[in-house]
Write a new protein. Structure first.
Length: 741
């Protein structure tokens, strides 16, 4: 049996960097377990051992039912057992900073489970000084919008509550606590320190640093926004964080004077952890003495340089006297910035032009007064890449010409506000005049003169062509898309009745939906093939028809269902032809949508579809905008047939054999990719007879086996790494990868 190391954080001590760096790691001594879909094992471990796993915020935010959580729990157990099987005598590493939220009773369950498989279990964690932890946790709360009130006391985390329960369950001798002090880490890197302590040999190029800390000014601006406005969606916050991360000055940390009051209140707890570890945690924030944040007033104060950078991002008129803005006015400016980056309220940062005075440009040495336009443009773009973005070419030339004239007369101090205003106004006029020519990818035909109170929204399009995205948006806006919806928002009860042309069943299901909902919807990509089965059956139908680049659809079919690209493209064109033939003969209200354009500007698309169906308040519209994202994980997983059930039964020096079945298409033979030491590759088809699998009901014909025989210089040797995976799947079948013994 092997040993196990359970890394439990603590929070804000480099856990994400450790997990991402060790993801997939296997050596002759260690194996980083693959449990769930991310290298952070917090959710799987919590789900396995918590009394009420459904209370975890990730399960709640995804509205997971008890059945889904139970299935996830079984998958996690399989993943752990698979990791144990692969580990053999290696030490298995499990890491999750939220494992430490389990209560003592739940930790006892975890210990019992682990000791079924391991001879020894060691719990490890970093202990971060409270001053650093509070500053880091507060900053995280400001970034995600949860902090609007200045109260740092609540960000102190009790060390005794965190670690003593593990001491009791596993024994102090099996719980190792390390000091988190980057000054003592090799190269200041927590990943290298973690690996050195556990004798893990990790290549430096495999180290992933996950550090997105913000400067003091950036944290101040976020806090001001949260406290006085805070309307941004999650996606807007991510974009705003990316922009504000460029505003840099001093490091964000709380002052020693402020922190000392928290340390005093929790001196007993700090004494406990210092006695437990022999580590002194009460030292001052020496690096930030006299400059740390001491009060909310400090946090509401933003430096002049940061305000300059903020004004550059916004329209000049809006930022007049920015140095004298109240916090409320600054919050409103930041909300304008959110509007720009997201397209909320019709604005978009890409179409805004900022015209600072030339004096605000970094110094450029113009020794040659006959410098060509292109050279000047290159100089400007090197220093301020977005300065001239969006200007028509003739306006850029006008600006450059004027600048050169100023140079010729040695009047280089600045260009007057009047000239800039003239150029700006002209440029904006040119853009406004051509707005009617913009293609936003949305068009309504045959609208209702007034929306009837009862109506049915039908989504048409091609499979893997954006219908799930549209149906999901409708669902977020309040359109009921059916009972027992799948992850792709399909009402299977109605779809199956229509595809079977069971007219009685079709009428019954539609009546049931009509009786319950005044406004409801239906989505099924194959519906165009069965138009005659459902034409005229729906109450006040409204159609949303989504079109997507046919190669993108065909390529998605190739990845998800092993489709053939050229023939699929022809079939997609034929499918769109069915839809267009139907629409030409029908005069119902119809909204045409370009999938690509919707992805480019989700806010515009969602507002248009909301107006079309006549549903959606501010909150649901915001959720619908957040829902629109390219390649969502749940969709990618649910839309593929390549998910495989199978196992490598045995590996010898001259033979690799087992069986494999596509879960969604069990009668389609699986093509397997067998890789030796990550470079030698074989392809085999799993179509050999395995009568035992037929007798057990695992496969209808039993033809799902594979047997790769190796001869001559192909034979394996001890230590070779063998990986077996279905072509197109995202993970190996069971018992793979495996080391040849």
């Amino acid at each position: 049996m092997a040993n196990c190391i359970v890394h439990i954080g603590m929070h804000k001590s480099g856990s994400t960097s450790i997990q991402n760096s060790l993801d997939g790691f296997v050596s002759d001594k260690h194996l980083y377990a693959k449990i769930g879909i991310t290298p952070n094992h917090s959710l799987p471990i919590y789900t396995l051992f918590a009394k009420n796993p459904e209370k975890h915020y990730l399960h709640r935010s995804h509205s997971r039912t008890p059945e889904i959580i139970k299935k996830y729990k079984n998958e996690c157990i399989n993943d752990i057992e698979n990791a144990i099987y692969l580990a053999e005598k290696r030490t298995v590493i499990i890491s999750g900073e939220e494992i430490n939220v389990l209560c003592e009773e739940e930790i006892i369950l975890m210990r019992g489970f682990l000791y079924k498989y391991f001879d020894k279990v060691t719990v490890v964690a970093y202990v971060r000084p409270p001053s650093q932890y509070i500053s880091s946790a507060f900053q995280q709360g400001v970034k995600d919008g949860s902090i609007k009130v200045f109260n740092i006391d609540k960000y102190y985390r009790s060390y005794r509550q965190l670690f003593e329960k593990f001491d009791k369950v596993f024994g102090k001798e099996n719980v190792v606590l390390w000091e988190y002090n980057s000054k003592n880490f090799k190269n200041g890197c927590v990943v290298q320190d973690f690996c050195n302590k556990l004798e893990i040999i990790l290549k430096s190029e495999s180290i992933v640093r996950s550090n997105d800390s913000l400067s003091k000014d950036a944290v101040s601006l976020f806090y001001i926004y949260n406290k006085f406005c805070g309307k941004a969606s999650f996606q807007e916050r991510l974009k705003l964080r990316g922009i504000l991360s460029s505003i840099s000055n001093q490091k964000f940390i709380f002052s020693n004077a402020l922190i000392s009051s928290v340390l005093l209140k929790n001196s007993q707890d700090i004494g406990w952890i210092e006695d437990r570890t022999g580590i002194s945690l009460s030292y001052e924030n020496i690096d930030c003495k006299d400059i740390g944040v001491s009060s909310e007033q400090d946090l509401l104060s933003v430096s002049r340089s940061a305000l300059n950078e903020l004004s550059f991002l916004l329209n000049k008129d809006e930022c007049e006297d920015i140095y004298y803005k109240t916090p409320q006015q600054l919050a409103n400016l930041l909300d304008s910035l959110c509007c720009m980056v997201s397209g909320r309220n019709g604005k978009n940062l890409d179409s805004e032009i900022n015209f600072p005075e030339i004096s605000s440009l970094p110094s450029i040495n113009y020794s040659d007064k006959k410098m060509k336009e292109i050279e000047i443009l290159e100089k400007i773009n090197d220093r301020k890449p977005n300065l001239l973005e969006g200007l028509p070419k003739n306006k850029v030339s006008e600006l450059i010409d004027f600048f050169l004239k100023e140079l010729a007369t040695e009047k280089t101090e600045s260009i007057s506000n009047g000239v800039f205003s003239e150029i700006k106004d002209s440029a904006n006029f040119d853009r406004d005049a051509t707005k009617v020519l913009e293609n936003k990818g949305v068009l309504v035909i045959n609208p209702f003169e007034s929306l009837p109170s009862e109506r049915t929204v039908i989504v048409l399009g091609a499979a893997r062509g954006g219908t799930s995205m549209v149906a999901g948006v409708l669902h977020q806006l309040g359109v009921s898309m059916g009972d027992k919806l799948s992850s792709v928002y399909e009402d299977l009860e109605l779809s199956e009745a229509i595809e079977a042309n069971n007219q009685g069943r079709i009428a019954a299901v539609i009546k049931k939906r009509d009786d319950v909902q005044k406004i409801w919807g239906w989505k099924r990509p194959t519906s165009a093939k069965y138009i005659d089965n459902w034409r005229g059956k729906f109450r006040n139908p409204m159609f949303v028809v989504v079109f997507r680049d046919i190669f993108a659809i065909a390529n998605r079919n190739r990845i998800s269902v092993l489709g053939e690209v050229l023939s699929d493209m022809r079939n997609i064109l034929k499918h769109f032809g069915f839809i267009l033939d139907f629409l030409e003969s029908d005069n119902s209200p119809t909204l045409f949508v370009s999938y690509e354009k919707a992805m480019d500007d989700p806010a515009y698309f969602v507002n248009k579809i909301s107006n079309f169906v006549g549903l959606g308040d501010e909150e649901s519209i915001r959720k619908a905008i957040d829902f629109v994202e390219p390649n969502p994980i749940t969709y990618l997983k649910s839309s593929r047939i390549t998910e495989t059930n199978g196992i490598v039964d045995k590996i010898t020096v001259d033979r690799i054999y087992g069986w494999a079945i596509y879960k969604k298409r069990p009668n389609k033979p699986v093509k397997l990719i067998i890789t030796i030491n990550n470079n030698r590759v074989y392809e085999v088809i799993a179509d050999q007879l395995r009568i035992g699998l037929k007798n057990k009901g695992i496969h209808s014909t039993g033809r799902c086996g594979f047997d790769l025989k190796l001869i001559g210089n192909q034979v394996l040797k001890p230590g070779d790494l063998v990986s077996v995976r279905a072509d197109g799947d995202i993970s190996d079948i069971r018992n793979s990868p495996s080391i040849v013994q």
